[in-house]
Design a protein around this ligand. Structure first.
Ligand code: F6P
Length: 507
């Protein structure tokens, strides 16, 4: 791909754009700000403050055609084997189709029944136990849709194996009135099983070992393992091997979310996702929000060489969205081997980071404006808030607009070099009417397909995560040594061994 005509044309075009300031691009093109936008179902993408022109978009569209992006999208959406290293589909889009596969529809019905029972008066609290994709999606979405949450049930999320998390999440809860959902696709994840065992002991202390099992439900692709754990088959919800953890919010992994916001809001979220799936499949590249976001990501990463980007939602409700996108993007795109097993010839996944504005402005925006590295920013904002404090919302959004403006145009004539703002720092703005379940679904699908677009260009598999395995194996070995179940590994390096020794001496 890096040795194709499309790639070389983009390189030459980037050379021509070097030294051109965003100020120049706007000065010589009065309707650039309206034109370099795209819209889908009320969601506006303004990409005009990136270092690009109409020609860039045309060249990027040619790149998308060159890697047969449209064909790959259809393959993904029709359940073809696109996760080629694990020989299976990545068919999360089937979860949100209006006509889902029968097993998906059945599970959605079971989830709705469970969600309504959870509100039957027996439970005060529901704790989701899971990590990574079995935590970040429902945790992010439950916070994002706080205004839709039925407050009668206190829905909380336990992920870290750090006992402090268990202590904090269960603080103030009555074990006799707390329901747990153990979410683990594999049902082998150490953190999740450790937390689940601790939770069961905590409940058993209050209600006895026999009754404790009725406080547990599970979501997993390994129902056998959940039943072995003692969870009743009726309380085990299926996920399928064709749904990746970080793509699983629309599956039963979203059960805690559904219990929090209700089946209707959950269905609206699925509808928002499906809308973007269809948009991704059908819209021309220059009007295609996920494709544009991905192609601009390629432009920034590969042609300008910027190694990170920031996701900055101007929305406290989206406080966990950057962390969610971090897993989605970095676990998918942090690869250096191509489909054919050869080393990736260009840079792949960038580092993703961020937190909500305006807080970040008082923390790290200094570096965004004056630092030596360029960090492209993706701002997310809403025209209408989910609260009545309009003056707050005007201020919040004024700050979003001002940050994008300051980054792009700077303030060249300040005199004092310490106070100079160079500008020419790229950003993209996603502006929606309001943060609703549907909008949230759109945003999630938008980023999923952004990641897919980039992976297709890089020819990497975005649906596996082999890079997490070595650490898990080593931790299991070390844990056995810490508990005395195994002897120290004589071939271990001296740094790791002396850290372990010091830990054992001091704990
Ligand atoms: O370790 C990474 C990972 O496998 C993620 O991909 C996944 O979302 C998370 O762990 C949790 O896995 P599981 O749902 O199997 O417990």
């Amino acid at each position: 791909m890096h040795d194709t005509g499309e790639w070389h044309a983009l390189s030459a075009h980037r050379d021509a754009l070097r030294g051109v300031h965003l100020r120049d691009l706007f000065d010589r093109d009065s309707d650039r700000g309206e034109r370099l936008t795209a819209e889908a179902d009320g969601l506006l993408l303004d990409y005009s403050k990136n270092r690009l022109t109409d020609e860039t978009v045309a060249l990027l569209a040619a790149l998308a055609d060159g890697v047969r992006l449209r064909e790959w999208i259809v393959n993904m959406l029709t359940g073809e084997v696109v996760n080629f290293t694990e020989s299976r589909p990545a068919w999360h889009t089937a979860l949100r189709r209006p006509d889902p596969p029968p097993e998906v529809g059945e599970e959605l019905d079971r989830m709705a029944a469970f969600a309504s029972e959870a509100h039957g008066g027996k439970w005060d609290a529901l704790v989701n136990i899971g990590i990574g994709g079995s935590d970040l999606g429902p945790a992010m979405a439950t916070a994002a849709l706080a205004t839709y949450v039925n407050q009668e049930l206190d829905v909380r999320f336990l992920s870290n194996v750090d006992g402090a998390h268990f202590r904090e999440v269960t603080r103030g809860l009555d074990p006799a009135r707390t329901l747990f959902i153990v979410v683990s696709k594999t049902f082998t994840t150490t953190e999740t099983l450790t937390n689940a065992r601790t939770a069961r002991a905590w409940v058993a202390d209050a209600v006895g070992a026999k009754a404790a099992n009725s406080h547990f439900a599970a979501v997993t692709a390994r129902s056998d393992k959940a039943r072995e754990f003692g969870i009743d088959a009726n309380a085990v919800f299926a996920m399928w091997d064709w749904v990746g953890g970080r793509y699983s919010l629309g599956s039963a992994v979203g059960l805690s979310l559904m219990a929090a916001v209700g089946p209707d809001a959950f269905a609206d979220m699925l509808a928002g996702m499906h809308h973007i799936d269809e948009h991704f499949r059908t819209a021309p590249w220059a009007e295609n929000l996920p494709a544009l976001l991905g192609l601009i990501g390629i432009w920034n990463r590969n042609f300008w060489g910027w190694p990170t980007y920031a996701v900055l939602p101007y929305s406290q409700e989206l406080a966990l969205f950057p962390a969610y996108i971090q897993q989605l993007d970095m676990e998918s795109s942090g690869k250096s081997v191509q489909a054919d097993g050869t080393p990736a010839p260009t840079a792949t996944g960038p580092v993703v980071w961020g937190q909500p504005g305006t807080n970040g402005q008082h923390a790290f925006h200094q570096l965004l404006h004056q630092g030596t590295d360029i960090v492209p920013v993706e701002f997310i904002g809403f025209c209408r808030p989910n609260h009545s404090h309009i003056e707050h919302h005007d201020l919040l959004m004024a700050n979003l607009f001002a940050q994008a403006e300051a980054l792009a145009f700077g303030a060249p004539d300040a005199g004092d070099p310490h106070r100079q703002f160079p500008g020419n720092r790229p950003s993209t703005v996603l502006l929606a009417d309001q943060l609703t379940p549907r909008t949230l679904g759109q945003l999630v699908a938008l980023y999923e397909h952004k990641v897919f677009t980039q992976a297709t260009v890089w020819s990497i598999n975005p649906f596996d995560q082999g890079g997490v395995e070595l650490g898990k194996t080593l931790a299991t070995d070390i844990a056995a040594e810490l508990t005395g179940a195994a002897h120290p590994n004589p071939t271990r390096d001296s740094s790791t061994q002396s850290l372990i020794n010091r830990y054992l001496e001091h704990r």
